[in-house]
Design a protein. Structure first.
Length: 87
C-alpha cells in the first residue's frame, strides 16, 4: 500500500478581508476622484460647506487616502494570517 497524501482545500479569506479590500479600494478611488474633480462633493450633496476655497476637498483627499492605506495594510495582515493557517 502506498501512503496517499490527503489534499485539503486551503481556507478561503474571511469575509472581513473582502470588506477591507472593497472599502480600501473605494476610499482610494474617491481620493483620486477628488484630486481630479473637486466639484463632485457639491454636486452630490448640493451644498458648498467650505465656501469654495477647496479646504473640504483637501481634507477629503487626505482622510480617504489614510483610510485606503490603513485598510490596505489591515487586509494584507488578514491575508497573511490566512496564508499561515494554510501551511
Amino acid at each position: 500500500m502506498s501512503a496517499r497524501r490527503r489534499t485539503t482545500r486551503p481556507p478561503a479569506p474571511r469575509r472581513r478581508f473582502w470588506v477591507e479590500v472593497a472599502v480600501a479600494a473605494l476610499s482610494g478611488l474617491l481620493a483620486l476622484l477628488t484630486l481630479v474633480t473637486r466639484e463632485w462633493v457639491e454636486l452630490l450633496f448640493g451644498v458648498d460647506p467650505d465656501g469654495g476655497d477647496g479646504s473640504l476637498e483637501w481634507l477629503l483627499v487626505v482622510a480617504l487616502a489614510v483610510v485606503a492605506l490603513v485598510l490596505g495594510a489591515v487586509a494584507r495582515v488578514e491575508r497573511r494570517r490566512t496564508a499561515v493557517a494554510r501551511s
